[in-house]
Write a protein that binds this ligand. Structure first.
Ligand code: APR
Length: 394
């Protein structure tokens, strides 16, 4: 078997892996990124799109933000709709006064990849990590099926598991790792539509037929979500039905029509969250979705991944270049409070957008409609400040 070495072997070329790779490379740490998919797939996969102010600061700090400042746009308003009415929150004037930058994740990944490769970084596409070996020792290794079908063994000093929820890093953890998983009992049909955004705000519609969401992506594409029954296949709904449901739940008749266009990507997301604790097992360190899965209800996944990647890069560089292991020793405990807060807020958003009664699509209208939590968000400045701080923050 072919053997290769790098000080840090990074599994996965998502936001976590690529921010980490860029920061390590800039510091002069020898690293390689192993990515199961091909480059085209990684650069076109539509995912999140809302970057928190802190994520932009991290990317600014390390010279990784030129693309998002050039092509992204800032966003600071969300609108809640029910059958009874609607209200808007301009969160840039609430809480910490921060706003989002809308920049589709695939564009960010494209920028991060280009920057890493241009600086001489090495990414092996089509290279699937099969297993991480000897993670509890000082010379871990990763067996990899390369794109041409051959198997390689990568030896490292550290392995960074940035390979998501179904990657190889998670399977290498010992049974003592604490695993918490939550199924939120809600499913969303996620749609990418080729049409400009229909409103200048994130739209959240809380409707007796189920939740509907509207999120800007670019001038010509928009993300919509429709709560659907668990187990619904992604292609079950015709485009006609999709637009009927979106119109109805978003109150298009009352509040103005939605810009229609072809649905170019669709997936069903079962809202779940989980967490593996600690995030370090010997020489294996977890970041991004590999460490904790977040439901998309508050768009926190990519933002946490960026924050963790920065912490991990600093800790690895301190250890490898300055023989200072303290950053790695405390990596897990420094990340966990951010993860706990993001998960708590994401859960709160799920309850706000569906409500305990609303988790069943097409339930009887909840009692006391409009709901008390929405009403206090509409009316209470203290509640709005709290919301804004957590909604944009990580
Ligand atoms: N070997 C190599 N690569 C792998 C393997 C494997 N065994 N398994 C998965 N991968 C790759 C995937 O193909 C993917 O490109 O790991 C990468 C993980 O990237 P993301 O799923 O984007 O995860 P992460 O970098 O943690 O991003 C965090 O952004 O939009 C959100 O939902 C997304 O919350 C997630 C976040």
């Amino acid at each position: 078997m072919d053997e290769r070495t790098a000080d840090v072997v990074i599994l996965g070329a998502g936001p976590a892996g690529l921010v980490l790779a860029n920061l390590l490379r800039r510091d002069g740490v020898d690293c390689v990124v192993l990515e199961r998919a091909d480059r085209e797939h990684v650069q076109t996969r539509a995912r999140a799109g809302f970057l928190a102010a802190n994520s932009v600061r991290v990317l600014d700090r390390h010279g990784l933000s030129a693309g998002l400042h050039e092509r992204g746009h800032t966003h600071h308003t969300c609108e809640f709709r029910t059958e009874e009415g609607r209200f808007r929150l301009d969160y840039s004037g609430l809480g910490l006064g921060e706003q989002h930058t809308v920049y589709p994740q695939q564009h960010l990944v494209t920028d991060l990849l280009a920057q890493f490769l241009d600086s001489g970084g090495q990414v092996r596409f089509g290279a699937e990590a099969l297993a991480v070996h000897d993670a509890d020792g000082e010379r871990p290794s990763v067996s990899v099926r390369e794109g041409d079908g051959t198997t390689t063994r990568w030896r490292a000093r550290y392995v960074a598991g940035c390979d998501g929820r179904h990657g190889a890093a998670r399977t290498a953890l010992p049974p003592t790792t604490r695993y918490q998983h939550r199924d939120h009992q809600v499913s969303w049909l996620g749609l990418l539509v080729e049409a400009p955004p229909s409103l200048d705000a994130v739209g959240y519609a809380v409707h007796p037929r189920g939740f509907a969401g509207h999120m800007a992506r670019t001038a010509t594409t928009t993300r919509y979500y429709l709560q659907c029954e668990r187990g619904t296949p992604a292609d079950a709904w015709s485009e006609e039905r999709i637009w009927e449901e979106l119109d109805l739940r978003m109150g298009a008749q009352k509040y103005g029509p939605l810009h229609r266009g072809p649905v170019i990507q669709r997936t069903v997301v079962d809202l779940q969250s989980d967490l593996l604790e600690p995030l370090r097992h010997g020489s294996l360190l977890l970041a991004g979705d590999a460490a904790s899965l977040l439901s998309p209800s508050a768009a926190k996944g990519a933002n946490l991944a960026i924050l963790e990647a920065e912490l991990l890069a600093g800790a690895l560089a301190d250890d490898l270049l300055r023989a200072d292991p303290r950053g790695l020793d405390t990596y897990s405990e420094r990340c966990l409070p951010y993860i706990h807060r993001a998960q708590a807020f994401s859960r709160w958003m799920i309850d706000l957008l569906h409500g305990p009664e609303g988790r069943d699509p097409a339930p009887a209208p909840p009692r006391g409609w409009p709901r008390a939590d929405l009403a206090s968000l509409r009316d209470s400045r203290a509640e709005q400040d709290w919301f804004a701080e957590h909604y944009v923050g990580v």
